[in-house]
Design a protein around this ligand. Structure first.
Ligand code: G3H
Ligand code: 13P
Ligand code: ZN
Length: 320
């Protein structure tokens, strides 16, 4: 069934695992994710950004998710990713989303509280959960570009007041993750023996401080793709050019999943998997032009990726 995130997060917190929040933009992405989750009996969050709603048109996304649930009935939350304003959040709540994010992270603290409160009031009236954000991620947050030097970690002293004043259900924090497939510049990283870029560690010390201030409160990690080398290699071996793509190492995500982090956002990894499948298909079969042939290969890699995340990283298998 389509469910909210409250119960999901409570169980995830108690069970020491995290729920994967995967971005959806089309049918094959929805299928790949939900088939993987169903096979592993895992709850999952499907999230749509403003860009996804513009690309697919809102009703398509909702109906695609409803169709997926007719085929595989697992607990799925339909979530708005990075809602920029009250109107966008309201539109999604009215459209049947079970959870919304209001991203006021670029406002000052008081303004972020005020705007988040307005969304929470409307959402809770309609039984919908709200995620908010404190701190700024480096990289690209939808149309809000945050220069790396402006990236600001979440300040633990602010979280208690923010959560109390706003009444939000979960909080996204900035502890060193960032959006996209190029999360760190090569000069921010070291290289291992194989020449692979190794990024700086996430700030688990800040996470620990935050957990002390708001015990048992569900924390969200955005920008948590690991940029899996397998898919980057396939892309580059089949005509692509993604130099120095780097993500969050999975052992750090495993560690986060065991903590108060209950939701881990993954979009770039899906994009890479889909692209890898399609590029590989075209190189192997230059004579093909039936989309069902090449998009299916992208969908298979999405399914493989999500199975791996659920089983080997998030630990949400068997928790549906
Ligand atoms: O946080 C950003 C997500 O990856 C969504 O990206 O706005 O291009 O759909 P998008
Ligand atoms: P990635 O770019 O790391 O996949 O992050 C996705 C995200 O945070 C969506 O909100
Ligand atoms: Zn995000």
């Amino acid at each position: 069934p389509l469910v909210g995130t409250k119960e999901m997060f409570k169980k995830a917190y108690e069970g020491g695992y995290a729920i994967g929040a995967f971005n959806v933009n089309n049918m094959e992405i929805v299928q790949g994710i939900t088939e993987a989750a169903a096979e592993l009996n895992s709850p999952v969050i499907l999230q749509a950004s403003a860009g996804a709603r513009k690309y697919a048109k809102g009703p398509y996304l909702r109906h695609l998710v409803e169709a997926a649930l007719e085929v595989n009935d697992i607990p799925v939350a339909l979530h708005l990713d990075h809602g920029a304003d009250f109107e966008t959040c309201k539109a999604c709540i009215d459209d049947g989303f079970t959870s919304v994010m209001f991203d006021g992270s670029h406002y000052d603290f008081k303004e972020n509280i005020k705007r988040t409160q307005e969304v929470v009031a409307y959402a809770h009236e309609h039984g919908v959960c709200v995620e908010a954000e404190l701190g700024k991620l480096a990289g690209i947050e939808d149309d809000v570009k945050v220069a790396a030097h402006e990236a600001a970690y979440t300040q633990p002293e602010e979280v208690e007041e923010f959560v109390k004043e706003t009444g939000v259900d979960s909080l996204a924090i900035a502890i060193g993750t960032s959006h996209g497939a190029f999360k760190f510049k090569p000069e921010q990283c070291t290289r291992n023996d194989e020449g692979v870029l190794v990024p700086p560690e996430l700030r688990f010390d800040i996470l620990a401080e935050i957990e002390k201030k708001i015990p048992e409160f569900p924390i969200v990690l955005h920008g948590a793709s690991s940029v899996i080398p397998k898919y980057v290699k396939i892309i580059n071996a089949n005509g692509g050019k993604l130099d120095d793509a780097v993500g969050i190492p999975e052992d750090q995500l495993r560690k986060a999943a065991k903590s108060a982090v209950c939701k881990i956002n993954i979009d770039s990894d899906l994009r890479l998997a889909l692209t890898a499948g399609i590029r590989e298909h075209f190189m192997a079969h230059p004579e093909h032009f039936d989309p069902r042939q090449y998009v299916a290969d992208g969908r298979s890699y999405i399914k493989e990726l999500v199975e791996h995340k659920i089983k080997d990283v998030l630990g949400s298998d068997g928790r549906a």
